[in-house]
Write a protein that binds this ligand. Structure first.
Ligand SMILES: [Fe+2]
Ligand SMILES: [Fe+2]
Length: 221
C-alpha cells in the first residue's frame, strides 16, 4: 500500500472512530470546529491547546459523554466478546491471566466513568450555568466548596491497559503470539490510544476551562 493510500485509510479510520460516538447522542449538534480539533488530536502526539477557549464547556462534555457511552456500549463488550471467542479454542493460563486482569480493570474503569458522570460533569454544568449577577456570594462559595476537581487522576487508568501487552508477552516468551491474541491485543491498543486522547481532552481542555471559571468566581467572593 502506498504511503498516501495508507494515510487515507488511517484518516478514514480515525474519522469513523471519532464520529461513530456522535451518533450516540443525536440530540446535540456539535460545533464543527471542535470536531475538527478532536480529529487533529487523534493524529498528533502533542496537539496544540491554544485557542480552545472558544469552545464551550457543555460542548466538550457532550463529546466526552458520547465517548463514555461508546466505551460502555461497544468497546468493552467487543473486547469481552473477543476474550469469549478466544476461550473456545485457547483455554489456557494466558487467557485466564487476561480475564483476571480485565475484570479488575473494568471495575476501576467503570468507577472512574461513574465518578465523572455523577460528580464532575454535574458540577461543571452548574459552574457553567451560574450567573454571578443574580447569585449571592454565599451561593457561589457553597458551589465552589463542592468542587470535585482535585479527585481526578488519569495516569493509572491509561497505564494499566498497557499491562495487557506485558501479560501476553510474558506468557508467550519467545514464541510467536497466537493470532487470536494478536487481534485481541490490537483491539486493546486502539482502546488504550482512544482513552489517552479522551484523558487529554479532559485534562488539557475541560479542566483548564473549569479552573478558569472557578478562578473568575473566586475573585467575586
Ligand atoms: Fe471520561
Ligand atoms: Fe477521565
Amino acid at each position: 500500500m502506498s504511503e498516501t493510500v495508507q494515510h487515507l485509510v488511517e484518516s478514514a479510520k480515525i474519522y469513523q472512530m471519532v464520529t461513530e460516538r456522535l451518533d450516540l447522542i443525536q440530540s446535540h449538534t456539535f460545533e464543527s470546529e471542535l470536531i475538527e480539533w478532536i480529529l487533529d488530536i487523534y493524529s498528533q502526539d502533542e496537539p496544540p491547546v491554544e485557542g480552545l477557549q472558544k469552545f464551550s464547556m457543555p460542548q466538550v462534555m457532550y463529546y466526552l459523554q458520547a465517548s463514555h457511552k461508546l466505551y460502555l456500549s461497544k468497546t468493552l463488550p467487543e473486547i469481552e466478546q473477543s476474550m469469549a471467542h478466544i476461550q473456545k479454542r485457547h483455554d489456557d493460563t494466558l487467557l485466564h491471566a487476561l480475564i483476571l486482569f480485565f475484570n479488575h480493570y473494568k471495575i476501576d474503569f467503570l468507577e472512574h466513568i461513574r465518578m465523572e458522570e455523577r460528580d464532575l460533569f454535574p458540577y461543571l454544568k452548574k459552574l457553567h450555568e451560574i450567573d454571578p449577577q443574580s447569585t449571592s456570594k454565599e451561593e457561589i462559595a457553597t458551589l465552589l466548596s463542592q468542587s470535585p476537581m482535585e479527585k481526578f487522576e488519569h495516569d493509572a487508568i491509561e497505564d494499566e491497559l498497557k499491562r495487557v501487552s506485558d501479560i501476553i508477552h510474558h506468557y508467550c516468551g519467545h514464541e510467536e503470539v497466537p493470532l487470536p491474541f494478536k487481534v485481541f491485543l490490537n483491539q486493546v491498543e486502539i482502546f488504550e490510544m482512544d482513552l489517552r486522547k479522551h484523558a487529554f481532552i479532559e485534562d488539557h481542555v475541560l479542566m483548564p476551562m473549569a479552573q478558569r471559571k472557578e478562578a473568575e468566581l473566586k475573585a467575586l467572593i
